[in-house]
Design a protein around this ligand. Structure first.
Ligand SMILES: [Mg+2]
Length: 135
């Protein structure tokens, strides 16, 4: 069930899952500077472990193309195991194809950001816009 009280941006927890460590660092820095508590995972396996260990993020920002379990399979597992029940889920990816959007909609994501065309400050603004729309 969704928490009816939105978490203020300064206390919001965000989980990043992306196999690109360079991007992970850039986004983590951007969100930490904006007052978020950030957990950055460079694999879906680590992301799942973090959630199974009880981390309850307000936002999950996950890449799609990753080795092993991809981002959409990761979200499907999160849904199946009822992890991160209050989290707004946003896919962050280079794949802008309609096929991926359809797959992302199947696992009920709240938003979709094409990272190739989006700089970190725009990612932050877009995450906040999607979060505020959802809650
Ligand atoms: Mg990737």
């Amino acid at each position: 069930m969704t928490d009816p009280t939105p978490t203020p941006a300064t206390k919001r927890k965000i989980l990043f899952v992306d196999d690109d460590k360079f991007l992970l660092d850039i986004y983590a820095l951007k969100f930490i500077k904006s007052g978020y508590e950030v957990r950055a995972c460079d694999s879906t396996e680590l992301g799942l472990k973090t959630l199974r260990d009880g981390y309850e993020p307000d936002v999950i920002l996950a890449d799609i193309v990753m080795p092993g379990m991809d981002g959409l399979e990761f979200i499907a597992m999160v849904r199946e195991e009822k992890l991160a029940s209050k989290a707004v889920i946003i896919m962050l990816t280079n794949q802008g194809s309609s096929e991926d959007v359809v797959k992302a909609q199947k696992v009920k994501v709240d938003g979709y950001i094409v990272k190739a065309t989006t700089i970190p400050s725009e990612v932050l603004a877009e995450v906040e816009s999607i979060y505020n729309r959802r809650v």
